[in-house]
Ligand binder design. Structure first.
Ligand SMILES: CC(C)(COP(=O)(O)OP(=O)(O)OC[C@H]1O[C@@H](n2cnc3c(N)ncnc32)[C@H](O)[C@@H]1OP(=O)(O)O)[C@@H](O)C(=O)NCCC(=O)NCCS
Length: 170
């Protein structure tokens, strides 16, 4: 398995990787999620690549992070694992990888805004297993990210999803 960082000019990432990733990322969060994150210079992105039984490259996961507040605040933004590869430690790997990368960028604080969906926070365990503590919940956290063109996968154009805020305690 390898983790590749998508370069800002996209030169190191094949369109085949993007096509594979787009399907499961947009299915999880809503149409256009990958393309919007890719267009945002503040967002850093990684793809997790594995091999299928025939030895072909398969994109099994995606994650992103953002640095705000003049470099002081690092945010674990989006993590998605391809549905066929879940519950095998890839999500955990994406958390560890981004904590290390953000620490190398010398951020002082690391937070994550995790999705609360169908009564659970899917990312909660992988965050808490890696030193994050819950801080509080905010309803409609992503409302500004969604509209008719970019609907939320749950609420459509008016997103009311709840974010559970986590902070990293090292
Ligand atoms: C959340 C997600 C990234 C987890 O990826 P994963 O590769 O399956 O996670 P891991 O195998 O590394 O599991 C990490 C821990 O989380 C738990 N976990 C995994 N999926 C979970 C889920 N859907 N609900 C609750 N806990 C879950 C695992 O049991 C494991 O805990 P443990 O080691 O203490 O038993 C994946 O389910 C996913 O892509 N979901 C859809 C998108 C999403 O909700 N992303 C998070 C938004 S912030």
């Amino acid at each position: 398995m390898k983790i590749i960082k998508i370069s800002s000019d996209l030169s190191n990432t094949s369109s085949n990787y993007f096509s594979q990733a787009r399907v499961f990322i947009d299915e999880a969060f809503g149409r256009g999620t990958l393309d919007r994150q890719t267009c945002d210079d503040a967002i850093h992105q990684w793809l997790i690549i594995d091999f299928d039984d025939d030895g072909n490259d398969v994109v099994v996961g995606y994650c992103s992070a953002e640095i705000n507040q003049e470099g002081l605040l690092g945010i674990l933004k989006t993590s998605v694992v391809h549905p066929s590869f879940r519950k095998s430690g890839i999500g955990d790997l994406t958390v560890k990888h981004r904590i290390k990368w953000l620490q190398e960028q010398n951020v002082q604080t690391i937070k994550s805004y995790a999705w609360f969906v169908d009564g659970v926070v899917p990312a909660q365990k992988m965050l808490m297993n890696n030193g994050f503590e819950p801080w509080g919940d905010i309803r409609g956290w992503w409302s500004g990210d969604h509209n008719w063109d970019y609907p939320c996968s749950i609420c459509g154009e008016k997103c009311k999803c709840v974010a559970r805020i986590f902070q990293y305690k090292d």
